[in-house]
Design a protein around this ligand. Structure first.
Ligand code: MG
Length: 349
């Protein structure tokens, strides 16, 4: 059966809510984040982006690029409550909803009879309804699967709609740059480019046995994505694939001892989050380190969840200790995940 999946993604969500709620911000470059010397931005609006400001950029760098930038502290209670309102709107049309974050969700409308079964008209209707009721601009992508729907929602951003019809899938993926494939990070894209693979069309020239030989299970995944195939269901509960906590330090961590202390603090935070919910079985634990020169490394092992094991991961990374550390992150990956994770070890943003 041909599925119809819509991916809904709010446009610079946090910043959009600041502009919605504070009229004096409209028409100005606005970001949400911290203003301390080591703070980073969570997000920024499109006016700020014209100055080269980006999500996850240090606030000091953002202000250097855009001196008029207004940086607002995050108001997560508001972001969460509007997210629930968006969820309630989506729920009017289907109960097959998989939230990815506060401002993003997949819905499966394969069985929907709204608009005579047109997912395109339904997606446009939902975009209008969210704007009229909540004052938030939303982009949407419509496609036969989650992978293509997510790419499609980004295609005409902001405030856009893009549809990948089942019949246009082969043509669409042919020219699709591999870094558009969720799970192919920048480093892996560079490796593929070195092999002459820049688009999914290029990737299609590699046989399944060859890809499996090179990348194991992920080879199957690559083979499918190159052809626009993705059979993952839209999960009603939005089963989390991983959970991570991280911190950017006001002052770089200079010694292993300092880093070990911070790993302890982060471990407590991670444990708190994990005990919030019934935790599925874990597949691996991860440690992320960003050094003073902004180089970032992630290490993942299928070790049990324990403070001692995170300290072990830290010591694997410690030999590079001529560099002080500006960010540490701890995470776990749940066992119910696709092999895609083997290529991109940490969620991008
Ligand atoms: Mg968004």
């Amino acid at each position: 059966m041909q599925r119809k999946i819509i991916h809904i993604d709010c446009d610079c969500y946090y910043a959009a809510l600041e502009e919605r709620d504070f009229a004096e911000l409209r028409g100005k470059p606005v970001a949400v984040g911290g203003t301390g010397p080591r703070s980073v931005l969570a997000t920024c609006n499109y006016i700020a982006r014209q100055y080269g400001v980006r999500s996850a950029m240090p606030s000091s760098m953002a202000l250097a690029r855009c001196p008029g930038l207004i940086i607002r502290p995050a108001r997560f209670e508001v972001y969460r409550s509007v997210s629930q309102q968006i969820r309630a709107i989506l729920n009017q049309y289907t109960d097959k909803i998989e939230p990815l974050s506060l401002d993003e969700a997949y819905i499966d409308v394969s069985d929907s009879s709204w608009f005579s079964g047109s997912a395109t008209l339904l997606a446009e209707h939902i975009r209008q309804q969210i704007y009229q009721q909540l004052g938030i601009r939303v982009s949407a992508g419509v496609a036969p699967n989650k992978y293509l729907a997510k790419i499609a929602s980004d295609w005409n951003k902001p405030n856009g709609l893009f549809v990948v019809e089942p019949s246009s899938v082969p043509g669409f993926v042919m020219d699709l740059p591999v870094q558009r494939v969720s799970g192919i990070g920048q480093k892996f894209a560079e490796k593929l480019a070195a092999m002459g693979i820049k688009t999914c069309g290029d990737l299609q020239k590699w046989s399944l046995p060859r890809l499996v030989q090179l990348y194991g299970k992920s080879g199957v995944w690559l083979y499918q994505r190159a052809r626009g195939i993705d059979e993952r269901d839209v999960g009603r509960q939005g089963a989390a694939k991983s959970m991570t906590v991280e911190h950017t330090y006001e002052t770089n961590l200079e010694t292993l001892q300092q880093s070990e202390q911070e790993v302890q603090a982060l471990y407590r935070k991670l444990s708190d989050r994990l005990s919030d919910k019934t935790t599925p079985p874990l597949k691996s634990i991860l440690l992320k380190v960003r050094y003073a020169d902004f180089k970032t490394q992630t290490i993942e092992r299928n070790w049990a969840l324990s403070i001692a094991n995170f300290q072990r991961l830290l010591r694997v990374k410690a030999p590079r200790s001529e560099q002080s550390i500006r960010l540490l992150g701890l995470g776990v990956r749940f066992a119910n995940e696709t092999p895609a994770s083997q290529l991109s070890l940490w969620p991008n943003d």
